[in-house]
Design a binder for this molecule. Structure first.
Ligand SMILES: Cc1cc2nc3c(=O)[nH]c(=O)nc-3n(C[C@H](O)[C@H](O)[C@H](O)COP(=O)(O)OP(=O)(O)OC[C@H]3O[C@@H](n4cnc5c(N)ncnc54)[C@H](O)[C@@H]3O)c2cc1C
Length: 406
């Protein structure tokens, strides 16, 4: 049984993305060896597409015009469609592209008009990398424990001090967002816009095994001055400015990360079909089964995206479930693909080696599987995850026979 929640325009977007993904595989291999080579891939269609995503049309972004619709990547469902296809080409090269990326989702949640004009204006002006800095060396999964400080400066501005870690694209970024603490407790967390040209900003690339193109960095802020108008959420109530906004942002982003995992799983699945000779008997059955699983998890991811698009604050449980399922799928698929080629597969099939490493990286992005499971079970214990009534998008589909989800 097959099915999809994607409408005709989204199916057309998917087909276009599949076409645009051409060239990412080669770029990914080059960036895996040398992440600094990123500029030479600026004209790939997928890279140009990523550079425009998450910039609303009213700020001057052309978006993607297909099947009579214009897409700006403002919904999670659009992003899952694009990211799966691009990651099937190469996840590392996709994440290495300039664009609003994670910061764009946060700006959409927390930015006021002036902040959006500044942020989107720079992105429309020229392809610009951005970064999103939440994780700290001593506070990874437990983001509430972050210690980077935002203190009042002498002239009404603020001063940022602290360290972050594993921050994608930070050493090549023109701007980004940093989460910092103004006071103890969850209400004491704020996000600020940072211009990387400001004195006191330091980014040091880290040696990574997976998704190497995206140049993950350790950051240090040394008395970095933050103008008062770069503190996000000024126009919102204190409860909506800090960790609430981070949670909402992660809910909206997780289906996209899950889609990247599916793209990696598909790349491994297709590689065995292309290079593994004629599959027969148990091997053929195993590979067919993996194909069904990919479809099934994709449907879960699309549903999760629809839920967060309908209401980002209540859709988090399904998004976490989708992210956990998809990252496990990517790891299972890439390792299973290696088994087809024997014990030295990762040596003799460099693409498979890269896919295994990239899949491992996705497991940690936006929260490892244990954290996703904690979110799901916390929702279950709180009665927020039930038998469908918690998920309006699922209800809307029930009875239509349109979606296999198992
Ligand atoms: C490829 C990649 C991209 C990233 N991009 C960014 C980025 O752009 N910006 C950013 O800010 N961060 C980024 N990160 C950081 C990422 O969010 C963290 O790695 C992640 O939150 C886990 O934190 P940690 O690495 O400190 O691991 P830890 O928090 O130390 O966790 C290690 C292990 O312990 C488990 N664990 C931790 N706490 C619990 C618990 N309470 N119960 C059960 N198990 C637990 C985890 O599941 C994990 O398996 C990225 C990481 C990677 C690998």
């Amino acid at each position: 049984m097959t099915g999809t929640v994607l409408t005709e325009p989204l199916l057309a977007l998917r087909d276009l993305a599949a076409e645009w993904a051409t060239g990412l595989r080669v770029a990914g291999a080059v960036l895996d060896r040398d992440p600094e080579a990123v500029a030479q891939f600026a004209d790939l269609p997928a890279v140009r597409c990523m550079a425009q995503l998450l910039v609303p049309g009213e700020y001057g972004s052309e978006g993607i015009n297909v099947a009579g619709r214009r897409f700006h990547g403002m919904t999670a469902l659009e992003r899952t469609v694009l990211l799966e296809e691009f990651a099937r080409g190469d996840a590392g090269a996709t994440l290495a592209a300039p664009g609003a990326s994670m910061s764009g989702v946060l700006l959409d949640v927390l930015g006021d008009d002036e902040q959006k004009a500044w942020f989107y204006g720079r992105l429309v002006d020229r392809p610009t990398w951005t970064f999103f800095a939440l994780t700290e060396p001593d506070a990874g999964s437990d983001a509430n424990a972050l210690t980077t400080s935002l203190t009042p400066g002498p002239d009404g501005d603020f001063v940022l001090n602290g360290r972050k870690r594993y921050v994608g694209n930070a050493s090549r970024a023109g701007m980004g967002v940093v989460f910092a603490r103004t006071a103890p407790g969850p209400l004491g967390v704020r996000a600020v816009l940072v211009d990387t040209a400001s004195p006191g900003f330091h980014a040091e690339p880290l040696g990574m095994l997976g998704l190497r193109g995206a140049r993950f960095c350790a950051l240090e802020f040394d008395n970095l001055r933050i103008p008062a108008n770069r503190v996000l959420g000024r126009h919102l109530s204190p409860a909506r400015r800090g960790m609430w906004a981070a949670t909402l942002t992660f809910n909206r982003l997780r289906p996209g990360v899950a889609a990247i995992a599916i793209g990696i799983a598909r790349a491994a699945h297709e590689y065995v079909r292309a290079e593994g000779g004629l599959l027969t008997g148990g091997a053929a059955a195993e590979w067919d089964q993996l194909g069904y699983r990919i479809e099934s998890v994709r449907n879960l991811v699309h549903l999760a995206a629809m839920e967060v698009d309908a209401d980002g604050s209540r859709g988090g449980h399904l998004a976490s479930s989708a992210k956990a399922e998809a990252s496990r799928l990517a790891e299972d698929a890439t390792r299973a693909a290696c088994r087809f080629f024997g014990p030295s597969a990762r040596w003799t099939h460099p693409l498979l080696d890269k896919l295994v490493r990239d899949a491992r990286g996705v497991e940690f992005m936006e929260g490892a599987a244990n954290i996703q499971k904690l979110i799901v079970f916390t929702g279950l214990l709180a009665g927020k995850v039930g038998q469908g009534e918690s998920f309006p998008a699922l209800n809307a589909l029930s009875g239509t026979g349109g979606l296999p989800c198992g």
